[in-house]
Design a protein around this ligand. Structure first.
Ligand SMILES: *Cc1c(COP(=O)(O)O)cnc(C)c1O
Length: 450
């Protein structure tokens, strides 16, 4: 029995559970999608909250430039490039048999400064938010001050009396740990057994305490939360429910919009934009989707990608069980080489608040991620980690879907062929060479031969 029903009853009610349990790659396009004007009713956040986050990051820009010289060239703004990946697109089209031209873009969050992954958005923002709050409360800072003040003795002494802790599969720990340690906090990262060794080593080299847990991500989070609860001076970053983290991600929307304007790429009724986002617990892709919806309205269509062995968000929304569900309850392993996506239980907040804004979900096998990783290197010379390739399968999935998604969108033939498709490449820029070489070798081995 699973949540009061037999597996057979679940499969009868929700037929996709069967291929999901077999580990097959599937897609599901949510029939309950709604126009943004209605869907915004589901979420307790607004455009003003995103603007507030954006302004806060702006206040921190001088501080960030002082402590991380690598963000000087972007004036203290942590942002990634938007690039075209035509050669990659042509290779994938050859393999998948899509013959018409496709406009394919890639967002290089893999190469975001400081943390080398999408977590440099939400994770760093939450640490800055907390540091600002403490300094304001103590009267050491006004929002009109030059925030380089935070790097001086009085503020550093304040932060050194406080702790920041987080549970993570790796990348969130990296961004929280590095930022928190830089400000002078005592930082602790609780890591799951599937977290990569090099991430633990790197964190320790920054003075972060790494606690290793035998179980998966969910257990690491629970343990971390428990430890933090007993300590009033410890702030625990709650990846599953934090609205602060979510807002840090959401700022990406207006930033991407500015990049589109600069590149003279249109997004409107005749030029829809499809965005493919790798999903773990859901906060990253959920927050980015929220920001994109605010920036581009109904002309942007966001689709989440998950490993076949960790389809937690798809299953949570599809069945309506949301965070009551863990994929393991259905015999799905949650074992994947995509460590950033190895999450068995989805964020309940994202699943419920965002469900009418996310167009669809698909799953892909580790082998498909590895072969895309190899192709991305071969065609674009771009180093990504397996998780970051989850979105790279999206455009071929959407362009060849036969579940009535396109009809439901009501797009004209011109709009469909004018569409821009964007892969949100979420991590990989900091993967050590030896580790990356072994990913590449894997990809070379499993790539479909024609
Ligand atoms: C964390 C992560 C994601 C997904 O973000 P969630 O907030 O867990 O959904 C995607 N890709 C990479 C590389 C990540 O580290």
């Amino acid at each position: 029995m699973v949540y009061g029903k037999t597996i057979a009853d679940w499969v009868t009610a929700f037929p996709l559970i069967k291929p999901l349990m077999k580990g097959e790659a599937i897609a599901w396009f949510n029939p309950a999608i709604a126009p943004i004007a209605q869907a915004l009713d589901d979420i307790p956040l607004t455009a003003a909250d995103v603007s507030d986050a954006s302004a806060r990051l702006q206040r921190f820009a001088p501080y960030l430039m002082e402590v991380f010289p690598e963000v000087t060239k972007t004036n203290g703004v942590i942002e990634s490039e938007l690039i075209r990946v035509d050669a990659f697109s042509r290779e994938v089209q050859k393999i998948t048999g899509i013959s018409h031209p496709v406009s394919l873009l890639l967002k290089k969050d893999s190469h975001l400064p400081i943390a080398g992954s999408v977590k440099a958005r939400g994770g760093i923002y939450e640490v800055l938010f907390y540091a600002e709050k403490l300094a304001l409360q103590e009267g050491l800072l006004k929002t009109t001050d030059d925030y380089r003040l935070l790097n001086q003795a009085a503020c550093r002494a304040l932060f050194s009396r406080h702790k920041i802790a987080v549970g993570s599969t790796g990348n969130l720990g990296m961004s929280i740990g590095i930022m928190a340690a830089k400000l002078g906090f005592e930082a602790t990262v609780h890591m799951s057994s599937d977290a990569r060794q090099w991430k633990k080593d790197k964190l320790r080299s920054h003075g972060v305490v790494v606690v290793e847990h035998a179980g998966d991500y969910g257990q690491a989070v629970e343990q971390g939360r428990k430890n933090a609860e007993s300590d009033p001076l410890c702030h625990f970053v709650d990846d599953e429910n934090s609205m602060t983290l979510f807002l840090g991600y959401a700022v990406a929307g207006e930033r991407l919009k500015a990049q589109f304007v600069e590149a003279a790429i249109r997004v409107d009724a005749e030029h829809p934009l499809f965005v493919y986002l790798p999903c773990g617990v859901g906060g990253g892709p959920g927050g980015i989707t929220f920001g994109l919806k605010l920036a581009f309205g109904d002309h942007v269509h966001c689709i989440f990608a998950e490993p076949t062995q960790s389809p937690c968000m798809l299953m949570g929304v599809y069945t309506g069980l949301h965070d009551k569900l863990a994929v393991q309850d259905f015999g799905i392993t949650n074992h994947t080489a995509a460590d950033g996506l190895a999450v068995g239980r989805p964020s309940g907040f994202v699943g419920t608040a965002m469900q009418r804004m996310i167009d669809g979900y698909y799953t892909l096998t580790d082998d498909e991620m590895f072969s895309l990783l190899y192709l991305m290197q071969k065609t674009e010379h771009l180093q990504l980690e397996p998780s970051a390739l989850a979105g790279a399968a999206g455009f071929s999935r959407v362009l060849s879907e036969k579940q009535g998604y396109r009809e439901r969108l009501g797009l004209s033939d011109t709009a469909w062929s004018n569409a821009n498709h964007l892969i949100w490449a979420t991590g990989g820029g900091m993967v050590p060479t030896a580790e990356y070489e072994s990913y590449l070798a894997n990809g070379r081995r499993v790539i479909p031969k024609r």
